[in-house]
Structures are given as structure tokens and as C-alpha cells.
Write a protein of this length. Structure first.
Length: 59
């Protein structure tokens, strides 16, 4: 699987082409005004199919 870089927010991927692969992304939690509440720098996800099934490997 190819590795990708990008950002995951809710069910949306920013900067990622939607293909199966291993994705290393920044996970950002914001409030409704867009202020960052939490940040996970080393999250790793695997997308297995084109239906955007998301599995976290970060534990």
C-alpha cells in the first residue's frame, strides 16, 4: 500500500487522493468557531476500499 500525507477531519480527508492505502495524517479537533481543541500528530489510518472505510492503527 502507498503511504499518503494529509489531514483527517470528521469523515473528510484533506490533501488525500481517495485510494486504498496507509495514511499518516494530522487529526485536529476544533470547536464550532474553528479553534483547535486537540491535535494528534502521529495518527495512522488504513483505507481499505473506496467507500472510505477508516481504521485507526494508532490505538
Amino acid at each position: 500500500m502507498r503511504e499518503k500525507e494529509g489531514r483527517y477531519c470528521g469523515n473528510w480527508y484533506f490533501g488525500l487522493s481517495v485510494v486504498p492505502g496507509v495514511y499518516h495524517v494530522d487529526v485536529v479537533v476544533t470547536d464550532r468557531e474553528g479553534r483547535v481543541m486537540a491535535l494528534e500528530d502521529a495518527a495512522t489510518f488504513v483505507i481499505l476500499n473506496f467507500e472510505h472505510t477508516l481504521y485507526s492503527l494508532a490505538g
